[in-house]
Write a protein that binds this ligand. Sequence first.
Ligand code: NAP
Length: 494
Amino acid sequence: MDAPLNGKAASTDPRVVIIGAGFGGLAAAIELQRSGHTNYTVIERQADVGGVWQANHYPGARCDVPSIIYQYSYDLRPDWSRRFGNHAEICDYLRDVSKRFGVRPHIRFNTSVESATYNEGSSTWSITLADGEVLDADVMICATGQLSQPKLPDVPGRASFAGAQFHSAEWDESVDLTGKSVAVVGAGASSIQIVPAIAERVGHLSLIQRNPNWVVGKMDWAPSKLEKTLGKRVPLFLRAYHNLIWLYFESRYPLVLNSMNPVRKVWERILRRHIAKVLDNPQKAAACTPDYPLGCNRILLSSEWYETIARPDVSVVRSGVAQVDANGIVCEDGSRVDADVIVWCTGFKATEYIAPMEVTGRDGLNLRDAWSDGPEAYLGLVTPGFPNMFMAYGPNTGSLTNTLVYMFERQADWIRQAIDFISTTGVTLEVREDVNREFNEEIQARFQNMVFTAGCPGWYTTDSGKVTAVWAGSHVEYGRRVAHLDPSVFVRSH
Ligand code: NAP
């Protein structure tokens, strides 16, 4: 199967299909556009760009990474309304970027992919859309995101609820919450933005949280006039500000190592004291104090969370949901929460990655079967059995200590190098089994020395305990490892 590097020279630009027009898909499209690979199509199931940011329009939706580094490093915007931009601004930014970099005409909106099948005879991908149309591609880039499939708990009676109910990522604006009894299930990153944003207007809010998360204050403020002016007029200022914040975030990486346990323990003690003080109510404080190590699950940012829970018209139950009936929720601890509206902030099918889409690779291998023991890929970009298939935000590339946008840019660059290689040699690239195995053994071993394997709720690990969501190293390390495409990691065929 292995072919010489100087195989047939391709005379045409490979046909590329990118699935998804969120941050990752757009980064890939921009990279291709800028490097002259213009034979690409982006398939997007929503009506506009943005991916999760387009989908998640719940009240209070806002970035939890400073916007200065939560934007493409080659297109820094100086005028975010606050340090952490809001949902509308982020969508505007991405819409604007898609226009200015010329990728928008390549995007087919309101179009869903049902399945993708690799054809060994022609070394191409057949990508079947929901309306039955089939697109042929030499290269497929899956940029479907990790947080795009809402997850509702599989509890009895959900359909019997008489009031309105919806998932946080499918917010129903037609439901007026004013004066209503609202039950919010879940206390993750979505919930901690929604609860403070709606508490004032609802009649009573009941939070049902099975495992409370660690929440730290969000240092958010509106930029000063001087900062805005300098940002607009002095590009060097904006670049320096970006780089400085990026470096500051990068310096936090050692905090996720087990060797930093003593530091995290001190921090936990400070946070426990803060929770008790702000809530000033032993029942609420007990319900809101996590019992797993800080950093094992995502550390959430909010300066309003505990203050909102302290309100007399907000109650909190520390329990899972056992059942739903016409009037509300029966919790696992036997308590009841009656409600007019239920908001399910219960997260996403995060460990499935692109597997909900039917993807069939070489020898009829289904991606779901290939990943039955949890998704894995080499550098999060390519997986054995799926030639010329690349991923943005694939397994183990989640960014915790810095910004995901950096990962997207680096991944887009690596994928572009692969497409350069395919286009100049005419070969098909499939990552070697041994390379993929060694890489994954290396990172799983490294996780044993990191806080993520300390045992906690959340979606960083599969049910069997394999860490699949997050990157094991610093961002500098990731950037270094994907800086130059090494053709020897692939089996190459014509
Ligand atoms: P999440 O972090 O997965 O949280 C889901 C919540 O639902 C958890 O509290 C979970 O409890 C709870 N839950 C699930 N099933 C339950 C049940 N049967 N009974 C009671 N509780 C149940 O989901 P998310 O808040 O949507 O956030 C997902 C990710 O999206 C975040 O980690 C972040 O990466 C991203 N996000 C980012 C932003 C931002 O940048 N601004 C905003 C929102 C989300 P357990 O912990 O007990 O399982």
